[in-house]
Design a protein around this ligand. Structure first.
Ligand code: PGA
Length: 261
């Protein structure tokens, strides 16, 4: 079968289960753990047919796991490419798994920008995540200047190719498209722009993994809020969301989750 035919066949395949993941970034003190309890309690009543995760700061991960949430899965926001060693301040994927994490975000644009992380480093982190038994949420996204110069598809296509480890198991990776300029700004791309970016990423995943690439979840992230989530989550090739600010309060996050079902 040609790659084109494989892509067409796979796009008709069953839709992947949605994932709504919250990224608390450098926010959250012990008192905020009650948001996870509240969220889990509400979700345990409605039991939506989708996956929910919260990635709190590493300082809260152990305490969040000790709450033994039934529906909400936990994740880290970053990991080191090695499992252990002399790396002051870093956290390994094995440590995240050991404390009860299921997911880890790698290559978030804030890490790429604040810490100069390259695609190669992101791929090494994702590889460590997979080795530790975590699901890696690999982030890609263009800056405003790249969008203005019409480089979006080229940039995210390259990030996708270079940030996914060669031996990745498709079932254990999630890709998040997060335009840098949309993060925390209240701005979002148009629906057409999101579909174009996600379509391009889907094509890249199918080229890389064959039909299995069609089952990899593609999340949209960047100013997802209760009032825009329903429309975004309906778009073609959008299989969930990575939510920053609006994941901090259970009352907002639950509205986003409800709009996905
Ligand atoms: P935001 O962040 O929802 O606050 O825009 C999204 C993210 O950075 O993952």
């Amino acid at each position: 079968m040609t790659k084109k035919a494989a892509a067409a066949k796979s796009s008709a395949a069953k839709k992947p289960k949605m994932l709504i993941a919250g990224n608390w970034k450098m926010n959250g003190l012990r008192r905020d753990l009650s948001q996870i309890t509240q969220l889990d309690r509400q979700l345990n009543r409605s039991r939506p047919a989708l996956d929910i995760a919260i990635c709190p700061p590493a300082t809260l991960l152990g305490a969040a796991a000790a709450l033994t949430p039934k529906i909400v899965k936990l994740g880290g926001q970053d990991c080191h490419p090695q499992m252990a060693g002399a790396h002051t301040g870093d956290i390994s994927a094995e440590m995240i798994k050991n404390i009860g994490g299921r997911y880890v975000i790698v290559g978030h644009s804030e890490r790429r920008q604040d810490h100069g992380e390259s695609n190669a480093l992101v791929a090494a982190k994702a590889e460590a995540a997979l080795k530790a038994g975590l699901v890696a949420i690999i982030c890609v996204g263009e800056t405003l200047s790249e969008r203005t110069k019409k480089q979006t598809l080229r940039v995210i296509g390259r990030q996708l190719q270079q940030s996914i480890p060669d031996r990745a198991e498709p079932g254990r990776i999630v890709v998040a498209y997060e335009p840098v300029w949309a993060i925390g700004s209240g701005l979002t791309p148009t629906h057409g722009e999101i579909e174009q970016a996600h379509g391009h990423l889907r094509k890249g995943l199918v080229e890389k993994f064959g039909p299995k690439g069609a089952a990899i979840r593609l999340l949209y992230g960047g100013s997802v809020k209760p009032d825009n989530a329903a429309e975004i989550l309906k778009l073609t090739n959008v299989n969930g969301a990575l939510v920053g600010g609006a994941s901090l309060k259970a009352s907002d996050f639950i509205k986003i989750i409800k709009s996905a079902v």
